[in-house]
Design a protein around this ligand. Structure first.
Ligand code: ATP
Length: 484
């Protein structure tokens, strides 16, 4: 699969554009076009529906240790700076970067990506492989975007754009418990923008500086946390398969013990074999982490950082960074057993843009199909799962006369009440089909001569190319049942 073809289709058909393109673009920032916005909304909506809205908290889902509740939040992007100190992001959320001082290069690399990065000098090699390469020592670079609150602009007014949505959930844990009747075990979900000043944004939207996350913090009793971790690990993996990612291109990779954060007893990444990666390589779509009570405890008590600290911060007597927590009680009392404890947290943390990119890559297909004259031609189609497809159907009158456009427009309006639909009456029918295939519309409905006689229409399937006749009166229900 050729990534360039996918990128070019995305631009040509309005899925994705470079941000501020008319000014030369801005590295690491992307705009979703008219079809891209529908696709990404469908990804986020499917996630929210499946994880939160339609979640059944009465019965127990297969694989779940018990029944559980789910609720949501939508927190601010700029939060109290202390949040990021206590969470560890202020000191530790950094990558090590290396610069090349060589004339004509002057590039910047992530130290841990040197082995897979390309030197911009031609013929391309890895950084450090040319004689002229002049790499600096690695330096820490904090990934949080800084901003200023208010007009004074002093150091005290410094704030950060959130690098993850999770912290908004932790600091609202008590608010959610007090304002709803949720009982542990329960999860709080959030979808929203996050910002990371990535050293080398690349691979289309895979590594952007502004992106959206879909995160769940699931609070449970410490004793059952390992079982919940297994449940979420498997449930989230299955979700990608259910929405069309090929199992052969997915993997669920458990972190080695030395990869784990000091507080985590288990982390697994759901990874996808993106076409821009080398054979056998996978890129992270989502991480599922067992975070123990680290976050709630930090926000109660503050923390002493275990690692040495690269930035200037308040230090304790032993010289290690010291941050005050909120001092609020973030423990939970089980009103049945009266036990008080700090819940453990399982965190499935997904990227909406990376998921959307994986669905785009998976959908891209080329096959052979007959054109209007019956000659076999290469066809490009996007085989989106109907739930994710930006347009669910297209209504096409065969010709622009004999009352066909009138019937077609009426059908288009009826379908449009249910989901996004396309109307197209221009050009040869074969070309109109191709245009729909290329944007991944699962069904085309054609109004033709027979419609005038017997009130039936042609329903064409994008993938199988099968065409069946359906009664005009039944077509809305038929398409609806197929796409739901
Ligand atoms: P990576 O190792 O690729 O930088 P990460 O392990 O830092 O990712 P997390 O902090 O676990 O990522 O974030 C959770 C999810 O958010 C990721 O699985 C990914 O889908 C998404 N994400 C993280 N960083 C980016 C980014 N720069 N651009 C797009 N999505 C991102």
């Amino acid at each position: 699969m050729d990534m360039e073809k996918i990128v070019s289709l995305c631009r040509r058909r309005g899925f994705l554009f470079q941000s501020s393109e008319i000014y030369g673009g801005l590295n690491g920032f992307w705009d979703y076009g008219p079809l891209g916005v529908e696709l990404k909304r469908n990804v986020k909506e499917a996630w929210w529906q499946d994880m939160v809205a339609r979640h059944d908290d009465i019965s127990t889902l297969p694989g779940a240790p018990a029944s559980y509740e789910m609720t949501g939040l939508d927190c601010s992007i700029i939060m109290h700076p202390q949040v990021w100190k206590v969470s560890g992001h202020y000191d530790l959320f950094s990558d090590r970067m290396v610069d090349c001082r060589a004339d004509g290069c002057k590039s910047r690399f992530r130290e841990d990506h040197l082995g897979t990065s390309e030197c911009p000098l031609k013929p391309s090699k890895k950084p450090g492989e040319f004689k002229a390469c002049d790499l600096t020592e690695a330096r820490e670079f904090n990934l949080m975007f800084k901003t200023i609150i208010g007009a004074m602009g002093t150091k005290d007014d410094e704030a950060f754009l959130r690098p993850e949505t999770a912290q908004g959930i932790f600091v609202n844990f008590k608010n959610v418990c007090d304002s709803t009747r949720v009982k542990v075990p329960f999860g709080i979900a959030q979808v929203g923008k996050s910002f990371r000043n990535e050293i080398t944004p690349r691979n289309f939207t895979f590594r952007s500086r502004e992106f959206e996350q879909m995160e769940i913090e699931f609070f449970c009793h410490p004793k059952t946390s390992k079982e919940w971790y297994q449940f979420w690990r498997n449930r989230r993996f299955q979700w990608y398969i259910d929405h069309g990612l090929a199992e052969g291109r997915l993997q669920l990779r458990d972190h080695d013990p030395d990869e784990l954060s000091h507080y985590s007893t288990g982390t697994a990444d759901i990874e996808y074999a993106f076409p821009f990666l080398a054979e056998g390589e996978f890129g992270e779509l989502e991480g599922i982490a067992h975070r123990g009570d680290f976050d709630l405890r930090s926000h109660m008590e503050g923390k002493l950082d275990p690692k040495s600290c690269p930035l200037e911060v308040e230090k304790g007597e032993d010289g290690k960074p010291l941050y005050k927590g909120s001092g609020r009680d973030l423990t939970y009392r089980d009103d049945q057993t009266n036990e008080r404890f700090t819940p453990h947290v399982i965190e499935p943390s997904a990227g909406a843009d990376r998921a959307t990119l994986a669905f785009l890559c998976e959908a891209y297909t080329e096959d052979e199909a007959p054109d209007d004259k019956g000659n076999m031609k290469t066809r490009t189609l996007m085989k989106f799962h109907p739930r994710l497809a930006p347009m669910k159907a297209a209504v096409l009158p065969l010709v622009k006369k004999d009352g066909m456009p009138e019937i077609a427009r009426e059908l288009y309006r009826a379908l449009k009440q249910k989901f996004p639909v396309f109307y197209d009456e221009k050009g040869a029918i074969g070309r109109r089909y191709r245009r729909q295939d290329e944007i991944g519309t699962p069904y085309c409905i054609t109004i033709d001569g027979d419609t005038l006689k017997d009130k039936t229409v042609t329903l064409r399937d994008r993938d199988s190319l099968e065409q069946i006749r359906v009664k005009l009166d039944d077509v809305v229900a038929e398409v609806e049942s197929r796409v739901r």
